[in-house]
Design a protein around this ligand. Sequence first.
Ligand code: MN
Ligand code: MN
Length: 292
Amino acid sequence: MNKLGEKIDAYREAGIVLERAIREGEKLVKPGLPVLDLCEAVESRILNEGAQLAFPCNVSINEIAAHYTSPPEDATLIPEHAIVKIDAGAHVDGYIVDKAVSVATTQDLKDLVHVAERALKKALEAVKPGVRVSLIGETIESTIKSSGFRPIINLSGHQIKRYQLHAGKNIPNVNMRTLLSRVKPGEVYAIEPFVTDGVGVVVAAKDAYIYRVLEPSLLPKQLADLLKKYNSLPFTTRWIKGIDRLRLEKLLSYLTRKGILASYPVLVEKSHGMVAQFETTIIITEDSYLAF
Ligand code: MN
Ligand code: MN
């Protein structure tokens, strides 16, 4: 088989495993469920099916748009009135698939969830080789605005490369006319519309549970050994065993300040609007695209 064929097989495998893991997570969602149980269920399903974790399972609820994953011993429960976003990633041999779904626990929140799902569907209809990323953004924006909600302007889809979750080009969730880039055959993208009933902007909270190594050679030896297997992909404090929790948190924030690690703070909708998101990963082909 040729190289492209092998690469597509790896993406397919990662996509199938991830789809099953997220579906399993989706079925568990109900008020009162510990968020920690949900994160662990999705992650262990990915690992048990033979793929690797591309990043910690994000479970972001209500006005939290992204980057929440349970810290160790997290006591957070899914509330009665909730939009639960499950955003997870699996990889096979470094070929990463990134997907997300949203689940509403009450009827009044289902509109927002449906609009996010429809925005992703419409965005995919606009995808073809050579199309400008701004046109995909325009499609997402108009789908969302015609339903009376707003897209989140400072969150976007992204190109994916081997062992690189955010690589190169972005797919905006609004019509960014200044973005002249186009999608090309062989490129892989995650498309992820975020919909809100708030103002449509996210801001970083104080807390961060997700990190990534930027300078492996500058890590203290103990941590270097523990983090080696994540390569340059994101990891979370919950995955690191054998270091006292407070000490670990201090160490990670010190290393972030030094530029040795990058942190991903929890992102919250600025006006505390509810947020829904759907995401899928695709590869652009010569005449269309394949979804994983
Ligand atoms: Mn994602
Ligand atoms: Mn993504």
